[in-house]
Design a protein around this ligand. Structure first.
Ligand SMILES: NC(=O)c1ccc[n+]([C@@H]2O[C@H](COP(=O)([O-])OP(=O)(O)OC[C@H]3O[C@@H](n4cnc5c(N)ncnc54)[C@H](O)[C@@H]3O)[C@@H](O)[C@H]2O)c1
Length: 276
């Protein structure tokens, strides 16, 4: 199979829609075989709809057009035994995992200051956005170690680099994910495994990708519906929102051998937002 990821087996979490779908289709176009994971259902205490089975199937169908193998599986990355089971099945079937894209994430429950956050709200943010990524890495890394090769790309956020008011859970988890990326990159650099993070800025809610995250952030901030895009654009040095496919192409580069000397890096795809 030709392409920048030809002959590569990539596991992508949060693949039902948004950045996960954009990444999956970019990978498929470059020849990757894919295992696409998503919770494909709602989570108690999360106030906006998550990806669905039909959205996950749509991503799989779009990727399948490129001719590689595509498997779509529902898994909640909060569930250690289910994560273990799904990755064991992947290894049984494909014999290898070359790339892990840790993309699944929640942006809320958010929208309040720290003293108003209850234990359950805090727990679900950390459990998905930080511990979920850890669980995925813990299960994938032994097989990468056996082969002496692999690339993990953690999808963090500009919220991993700077603070945002009323998003303490999200900001804490994403800062933690950058810490996990840096620490783990040192553990595995001598073993041929690279671990990097990508920090998207404000990404346009592309209807084709069924993205909803900016709308949910606007709702948490009580921004008037319909006007929120203008508010986010105003804080962008580039005067435009980031496109999910541009994030996906940074992920693709980090997944491929083109970035073979890059590990422990934190790549912002944020239109210059964090430069100021
Ligand atoms: N959209 C943005 O503006 C933006 C900006 C910075 C960072 N990010 C990050 O990019 C990633 C993708 O964001 P998006 O905008 O595509 O969001 P999205 O909500 O459209 O997609 C996230 C996917 O993750 C899945 N998911 C959530 N919890 C899960 C769980 N416990 N187990 C498995 N799957 C789960 C959801 O079902 C959904 O399909 C997230 O980690 C997010 O924090 C997004």
């Amino acid at each position: 199979m030709s392409g920048r990821l030809g002959g590569t087996l990539a596991v992508i979490t949060g693949a039902a829609r948004g950045i996960g779908r954009a990444t999956a289709t970019e990978f498929a176009a470059e020849g990757a075989d894919l295992v696409l994971l998503d919770v494909a259902g709602d989570i108690d205490g999360v106030p906006y709809p998550l990806g669905t089975q039909s959205q996950l199937d749509t991503t799989a169908r779009l990727c399948g057009k490129f001719g590689g193998s595509v498997t779509a599986v529902s898994v909640d990355i909060r569930n250690s035994s289910r994560v273990k089971e799904v990755l064991a099945e992947t290894l049984d079937q494909h014999g290898r995992i070359d790339v892990l894209v840790n993309n699944a994430g929640l942006v809320s429950p958010s929208g309040k200051p720290v003293h108003e956050i209850d234990d359950d709200e805090w727990q679900v943010m950390l459990d998905v956005d930080l511990t979920g990524q850890f669980r995925m890495m813990r299960e994938v890394l032994p097989s990468m170690l056996r082969r002496g090769a692999g690339s993990v790309v953690n999808i963090a956020s500009t919220a991993g680099l700077v603070g945002y008011r009323h998003f303490a859970g999200y900001v804490s988890a994403k800062h933690g994910l950058i810490g996990l990326t840096r620490a783990a990159s040192l553990d595995y650099a001598p073993k041929g495994i690279r671990i990097n993070a990508v920090c998207p800025g404000s990404v346009y809610d592309d209807p084709e990708l069924e993205s909803v995250m900016m709308a949910e952030i606007a709702r948490c901030l009580d921004l008037p519906a319909g006007d929120s895009e203008r508010a986010f654009v105003a804080s962008q040095p580039t005067n435009r929102l980031v496109r999910a496919h541009d994030v996906a192409r940074a992920v693709l580069w980090l997944a491929s051998d083109e970035s073979r000397d890059v590990t422990g890096s934190v790549v912002a795809v944020d239109g210059g937002f964090t430069v100021r």
